[in-house]
Ligand binder design. Structure first.
Ligand code: EPU
Length: 421
C-alpha cells in the first residue's frame, strides 16, 4: 500500500464536544454482499463512506449488479442483472471481507470463484472454517493459483460446528445457508453485534434466521428472498476509538448515535482506569476524573474486550500510571504498532502475546507509519496525546475503516490535517 498523503497531528489539545458515529464497517461489508442473495432492489442506509465500501461497490458492479450510492444517504443494490461469479485478486486484495463473496455467490447461484482476500495484514488469517462450512452444505471446494473455487448443484442445510469462534466464518455460512434447502445449524457461532445485524438484514429480505447473538444460529433456507430497506447499526469500533481518544486527551466528548450496550467491555476498562463514562439510550459521554491508572486487558470474542480496540487502547495506556498488560488472544501478531509507539517515547515490552506497558508522563511527536487499520487508529490516538507534531504515513489503511476521521476529530478541537507527500 502506498498513500499519497500524510496526516499531521499536533497533540495536546483536549477533545471537547459532540460527535455522531458512522454506520458499522464490519456490518456494511457483510450486508452489501448479502444483497446478492435476492433479485430485487435492496436499499441500505447508514453505510459508512469508507474505502472498504467503495471496493465492494466495484466488486458488485463487476459481477453485473446495479449499484447506486449516495454517501451518507443510501445505497441501492439491484442484483437482478448479476451473472458473474469470478472476483479477481485485483479487487479482493483491497479488502479482507471480500471473502463474503464466496458465501453470497454460493447462496445466489451455487458457484463462486473468489481470489483469496487482501486487506490488513497483521498476521496469518486462515479461512479454513469458512470452507469447512461450505463443504458441510454440499459445496465442492478447491483452490488453485490463489483462487477459491466453490460449486454446488444444490446446497443442503446441515450442522456446522466451528473449531474456533470465527466472525467471518459465521457470516459466510449464514450467507450460503440463507437459500439452501433445509436447515443449517451453526454451533460455536460468533456473537458480535454485526452478526445480529446481518441476521436482521437477511430476515428483512424474508430469510429465516434465528439465534443470532447466541452461539447457536439456525438458518432455515428459503427459495427466494425479496428486496427491503435496512439501516445498519452504528460502528462500535469507531465509537470505542472515539471514547479512547476522548480519554487520551482528557477531553469531554459525547458520542451520539451509538449503542452503549455494545461498548460494555471498553466502558468497564475505562471506568477501572479512572475515566468517567456515562451512558444514555444512544449516547456515551467520556470525561476525565483525576489520575488514569494502569489496567490489564485480554482480548476476547464478543462480549469480551474486542481485538479491534486493543491497539488504540495500548496507546492510551502508554501514559497511564503504573504498569499495564495487554494480551492479544485472537490474532497472535497484532502488534505492528508497538515499534511506532516506541518512537514516540512509549515504554513497551512484548512478551509472547502480551504487551507490558510502563506508563510515562509524556509521549512526543514523531514520524510513524501505519501498517493496518487499527494500528492507524492507535497512532492517531497517540498523536493526539503527544507533545509536538506526529506525522503519520500510509493513511490509506485508516481510510479503509474510518469515515472522515480528521474532519470528526477537528470538530472536537484536534489539530489535525493532511498534506500531500
Ligand atoms: N480463524 C481460523 N480459521 C478460520 C477463520 C478464523 O483459524 O477459518 C481464526 C483467526 O486466525 C483468528 C480467529 O479465528 O485467530 C478469529 O478470526 P475471525 O474469523 O473471527 O476474524 P475475521 O472474520 O477475519 C473479523 C473482523 C475483524 C475483527 C475480527 C475479530 C470483519 C471484516 N473483520 O475478522 O475486523 O478483528 O473479526 O473480531 O468483520 C478490523 O475491523 O480492523 C478487523 C480486522
Amino acid at each position: 500500500m502506498s498513500s499519497k498523503d500524510k496526516m499531521l497531528i499536533t497533540g495536546g489539545h483536549p477533545l471537547v464536544g459532540e460527535i455522531t458515529v458512522s454506520g458499522g464497517k464490519n456490518t456494511a461489508v457483510a450486508v452489501i454482499p448479502a444483497a446478492l442473495l435476492c433479485n430485487a432492489p435492496c436499499t441500505i442506509e447508514n453505510l459508512p463512506d469508507i474505502e472498504d465500501v467503495h471496493a465492494l461497490i466495484d466488486i458488485l458492479r463487476l459481477l453485473g449488479a446495479k449499484v447506486e450510492y449516495v454517501p451518507e444517504c443510501y445505497m441501492r443494490i439491484d442484483a437482478s442483472t448479476a451473472t458473474g461469479c469470478h472476483v479477481p485478486y485485483s479487487l479482493t486484495r483491497r479488502l479482507r471481507a471480500s471473502y463474503y463473496l464466496l458465501g453470497a455467490l454460493l447462496g445466489r447461484q451455487g458457484m463462486a470463484e473468489v481470489a483469496y482476500p487482501g486487506g490488513c495484514d497483521f498476521c496469518s488469517r486462515p479461512i479454513d472454517q469458512h470452507l469447512k462450512g461450505f463443504a458441510a452444505l454440499g459445496a465442492d471446494i478447491h483452490d488453485r493459483g490463489g483462487v477459491v473455487y466453490a460449486k454446488a448443484d444444490k446446497l443442503v442445510g446441515n450442522d456446522v460446528f466451528f473449531d474456533v469462534v470465527t466472525v467471518g466464518g459465521t457470516i459466510n455460512v449464514m450467507l450460503a445457508a440463507a437459500r439452501a434447502q433445509g436447515t443449517t445449524v451453526i454451533y460455536n457461532a460468533a456473537k458480535e453485534p454485526h452478526i445480529v445485524d446481518l441476521a436482521n438484514f437477511l430476515n428483512s429480505m424474508g430469510a429465516k434466521v434465528k439465534g443470532a447473538g447466541t452461539d447457536v444460529i439456525r438458518i432455515r433456507g428459503v427459495q427466494e428472498l425479496h428486496g427491503c430497506t435496512y439501516t445498519v447499526i452504528p460502528d462500535q469500533i469507531e465509537t470505542g476509538t472515539l471514547m479512547i481518544a476522548a480519554a487520551a486527551t482528557r477531553g469531554d466528548v459525547t458520542i451520539r448515535g451509538c449503542i452503549p450496550t455494545h461498548m460494555e467491555a471498553l466502558t468497564a476498562k475505562l471506568l477501572e482506569m479512572g475515566v468517567r463514562v456515562t451512558e444514555n439510550d444512544d449516547s456515551i459521554r467520556v470525561r476525565p476524573q483525576g489520575i488514569q491508572r494502569a489496567v490489564n486487558i485480554k482480548t476476547r470474542v464478543y462480549p469480551g474486550f474486542p481485538t479491534d480496540l486493543q491497539q488504540p487502547m495500548t496507546s492510551l495506556l502508554c501514559m497511564a500510571q503504573g504498569v499495564s498488560t495487554v494480551s492479544e488472544t485472537i490474532f497472535e501478531q497484532r502488534f505492528k504498532h508497538l515499534d511506532e509507539l516506541r518512537r514516540m517515547g512509549a515504554k513497551i515490552k512484548l512478551m509472547d502475546r502480551t504487551v507490558l506497558i510502563e506508563g510515562v508522563p509524556e509521549l512526543y511527536g514523531a514520524p510513524v507509519t501505519v501498517t493496518d487499520l487499527r494500528a492507524g487508529a492507535a497512532l492517531v490516538v497517540a498523536g493526539l496525546m503527544a507533545k509536538g507534531v506526529t506525522e503519520i504515513y500510509e493513511t490509506s489503511y485508516i481510510d479503509r475503516g474510518y469515515e472522515r476521521i480528521e474532519e470528526k476529530l477537528r470538530k472536537l478541537g484536534a489539530e489535525i490535517r493532511r498534506e500531500p507527500i
